[in-house]
Design a binder for this molecule. Structure first.
Ligand code: BG6
Length: 477
């Protein structure tokens, strides 16, 4: 691997910080995510309507993302631990609602800006490259309530204002930016991805596509602004990899898989190539959905594409043309069960070769530098009496994925410059808001209900990853 390769880790504000109403922060859509046990996941209501929002806002339910892992109060200790881990890059998000509590306030909240400034400064002191996501499933709630979410075009201006404030403030300090985490969540889970309240009416589908198109336009406008404000900084797009295999070589299965794959590449097509593919336009027309972007908008999108691509990779999916196959679980969406792959406790398939395929596919298709912005293993970890966690399964998962990454880079010539493990420290799960679904190298003593000391403990994988980083990926033992 290149000497400058960025070995790192990634997190998000809404899963880490807690302190949801401290120092002027406003509510975000994530602050309304109720805890559900995994076994009850089918009851999990992901798409909140305006009525749901109204009810949830003032209840005292179990909202784990309001607590996070208490990073807001422990950030110094946590960054010291990341320094000891030896990471070269740390991806985190800024909570828009810490900077503009309602999204549309006149003035930025200085307490929010200085919180992130301290983190960035400390990263630089520790020679950790900060990588910042502007929006990671944590849009200010008012954007949802008052504006109806991203399908309202005026949200673009508000987002741009927020982006410009942080670009100006952190100019020269932050080289890598991402506008939206997993922008493909916009169509899969519109409330979380685009802050659009669910509505059981004929306009909802149109609103969801408008929301995505506005986010694509906002990404292009943000890229333009960043390049004007800080010509050394780079902006990437970020998509969740839904790499999909056909269950069999029967042509209808292959056709099904092809369609699944291009419907996830769609987002990179728009942000890297700068156009809406023909099949997608035809598909929208068949559904009676209009593309409300003007010719001028499309030119902006075309002229302001991203500098690099990033994607999260946890698993591959499998598609079948038959309705009668058993369905599997997955990140944002599931497929049918792949009989060749083992699964995590949450039913996500484990497929390191899929990472090599995804990297090659992505590089062949777009020929841009690639950042793996998330890859990790969610499991139930047990804190031993001596304060350690023996997380051999996590080490095994990461080891095999790092091997696949190295093969893609060293044998296939893929230009991947950064690998970020989800996550450095245990935090609240995005999907189910569980605390017991842990990804970190560092254990946090907290349960699903907020009980515990929130103290930090290094897991066995902490020492393993430190060795990988120290040896620049040579020592995976
Ligand atoms: C990604 C998200 O989709 O998956 C992260 O960007 C999330 O925020 C990660 O934590 C893992 O998902 P989960 O639901 O297991 O936390």
């Amino acid at each position: 691997m290149e000497k400058e390769f960025l070995w790192g880790a990634a997190s998000s504000a809404n899963q880490m910080e807690g302190a949801y109403n401290v120092d002027g922060k406003g509510l975000s859509i994530a602050d309304l995510a109720l805890f559900y046990e995994y076994k009850d996941r089918l009851k999990l209501k992901k798409e909140l309507s305006l009525d749901d929002i109204e009810k949830l806002k003032d209840t005292d339910g179990n909202f784990p993302k309001r607590r996070g892992n208490d990073f807001y109060h422990r950030w110094e200790e946590d960054l010291e631990l990341l320094h000891q881990l030896g990471i070269k890059a740390y991806r985190f998000s800024i909570a828009w609602s810490r900077i503009f509590p309602n999204g549309d306030d006149v003035n930025a909240n200085e307490a929010g800006l200085s919180f992130y400034e301290n983190i960035i400064n400390r990263c630089i002191e520790y020679k950790i490259e900060p990588i910042i996501t502007l929006s990671h499933f944590e849009t200010p709630l008012v954007i949802s309530e008052k504006y109806g979410g991203w399908n309202n075009r005026s949200v673009i201006k508000l987002f741009l204002r927020y982006a410009c404030v942080v670009f100006q403030r952190f100019k020269g300090k932050v080289k890598y930016w991402i506008a939206f985490n997993e922008i493909n969540a916009a169509l899969e889970i519109p409330y979380k991805g685009s802050a659009i309240p669910f509505a059981n009416n004929a306009h909802y589908a149109q609103a969801v596509h408008d929301g995505l198109h506005n986010q694509v336009l906002a990404s292009a406008l943000v890229a333009k602004k960043l390049h004007e404000i800080d010509s050394n900084a780079k902006i990437g797009c970020m998509i969740a990899s839904f790499l999909t295999y056909p269950l069999t070589c029967a042509p209808p299965d292959v056709w099904k898989a092809l369609n699944e794959n291009r419907s996830y590449y769609l987002y990179a097509d728009m942000l890297v190539k700068g156009f809406l593919p023909a099949w997608y336009r035809m598909d929208l027309a068949r559904q009676g959905i209009e593309i409300t972007l003007s010719e001028q908008d499309l030119t902006i999108i075309k002229n302001n594409t991203v500098d690099y691509i990033s994607f999260s990779y946890y698993m591959s999916l499998t598609a079948s043309s038959s309705q009668n196959q058993n369905k599997g679980n997955g990140n944002l969406k599931g497929g049918v069960i792949n009989p060749f792959l083992e699964k995590t406790d949450w039913g996500w398939s484990i497929d390191p070769t899929g990472l090599r395929i995804a990297l090659n596919d992505m590089y062949d298709r777009y020929n841009l530098p690639i950042m793996i912005s998330e890859n990790g293993f969610g499991s139930i970890d047990v804190l031993e009496h001596d304060g350690t966690v023996i997380d051999n399964d996590r080490i095994k998962y990461l080891k095999e994925h790092v091997k696949a990454l190295k093969a893609a880079v060293e044998e296939d010539g893929v230009n991947c410059f950064c690998y970020l493990v989800w996550s450095p420290i245990d935090m609240v799960s995005s999907g189910t808001s569980e605390m017991r679904k842990r990804y970190g190298f560092i254990y946090v003593d907290a349960d699903d209900y907020g009980n515990g000391t929130y103290d930090r403990f290094k897991k066995k994988s902490f020492y393993w990853y430190r060795k990988v980083i120290d040896s620049n990926g040579e020592d995976l033992s």
